[in-house]
Design a protein around this ligand. Structure first.
Ligand code: SAH
Ligand code: AVI
Length: 350
């Protein structure tokens, strides 16, 4: 990456119009400068990277929702079936009628969560649903889906980056919270940042609150590969769209169509790596990042990792983050697991 003059570096452009599709949390100058710092740092790494949260502007959130309906993308339907089959048992372990708050991190369209809310109502509770997401579009979809399907459930929204500025509404006195982190999104983090994220969430919880964590498990490499290389090219469009979001945030001039989507499953690392690979030599003006990026033909930018875990790895992860593992539920095909953990008074594991 080449540095530009300091004068260029400090230049600030005006805030976006309300209709701008950019990553929704960038509503303050602080958040904007943090985003620019983060992008500058990630793009100057070798290999070059862009954090995967930039996948989720309005267009990206809509594309992700399309991905969840693709025949090749098995995680969503596998997790949905598991949640539907075990909702009552999960809610019973989480306090049944005492469950007052269901908080979902990275809620997306929240279409899988309704069965847990139903189970809480069936057990005599009156749960409130709190959706936390970085994408205003995703939160709007959550609102629409819940208003249409369960108008009696009160819904609150928190537009936030859960790695950075998480705030949760206070828990009603005597109540209990169940925090949901579903979809296998934890697999988009390496261990240290996964533990940092979950420990940060734990700090916002009270002892006895619960965490339900959904994780993708190691399975047939060919099935995993297909899930990220679908025939209709929706995942490729989702990946390339990240560059449009970065252009919008940084006023850079990435041309998404000059990049190939490349998403192999690396068996030894047990993870998918999503890349955007330059089709030809190019120099990208990074706009407000104050530099340019030279890419040779075939050189790539890593945009996401998506890990496949073992049961023990997931349980160790929640334990290391301040939750005592309480229950493990696995899909019959062994492709997806749900770990239920209880927030410990102390962050240390036993
Ligand atoms: N839980 C849903 C959606 C998963 S997609 C499901 O299982 O289908 C990941 C979701 O997390 C997206 O809605 C995205 O906008 C949100 N997200 C990603 N990074 C985030 C961050 N740092 N802070 C808050 N939300 C984030
Ligand atoms: C949100 N996350 C769990 C998805 C995944 O599978 O890692 C994002 C995604 N990337 C490509 N397809 C879907």
């Amino acid at each position: 990456m080449e540095r530009r003059s300091p004068a260029r570096r400090v230049r600030r452009s005006v805030l976006p119009r309300a209709s701008s599709p950019r990553t929704a949390t960038l509503v303050s100058l602080d958040a904007e400068s943090a985003a620019l710092r983060e992008l500058r740092e990630a793009l100057s790494r070798k290999p070059h990277e862009i954090p995967c949260k930039y996948l989720y502007d309005d267009a990206g959130s809509a594309l992700f929702e399309q991905i969840t309906r693709l025949p090749e993308y098995y995680p969503t339907r596998t997790e949905r079936a598991l949640l539907e089959a075990r909702a009552s048992a999960i809610v019973a372990s989480a306090g049944g009628a005492r469950l007052t708050d269901m908080v979902e991190l990275g809620s997306g369209a929240a279409s899988k969560t309704v069965c847990l809310l139903d189970a809480a109502v069936a057990s005599g509770g009156r749960p409130r649903y709190v959706a936390v997401d970085i994408s205003a579009h995703a939160l709007q979809r959550t609102k629409e889906i819940l208003a249409a399907e369960r108008p009696e459930i009160p819904v609150e929204h928190v537009l936030a980056d859960y790695t950075r500025d998480l705030k949760l509404p206070a828990r009603p006195a005597g109540g209990r919270r169940l925090v949901l982190f579903l979809g296998g999104t934890i697999g988009n983090e390496e261990d240290p940042s996964a533990i940092k994220l979950l420990s940060g969430v734990r700090e916002h919880m009270d002892p006895e609150d619960l965490l339900l964590l959904g994780a993708n498990l190691a399975t047939e490499p060919a099935a995993i590969h297909l899930a990220y290389n679908d025939a209709q090219g929706v995942t490729a469009a989702f990946n390339r769209n990240l560059l449009r979001n970065v252009n919008s945030v940084a006023k850079s001039n990435f041309e998404p169509d000059r990049f190939d989507h490349y998403a192999p499953y690396l068996v030894d690392k047990r993870r998918v790596e999503m890349w955007l690979v330059a089709r030809e030599q190019m120099t990208i003006d990074l706009g407000r990042l104050g530099s340019s990026l030279n890419l040779g033909r075939g050189e790539g930018i890593r945009t996401e990792i998506s890990r496949r875990f073992t049961r023990d790895e997931v349980l160790r992860l929640i334990d290391a983050s301040g939750f005592t593992p309480e229950r493990w539920i696995e899909s019959p095909d062994g492709r997806f697991g749900l770990a239920l953990g209880v927030a410990r008074a102390s962050l240390r594991s036993i």
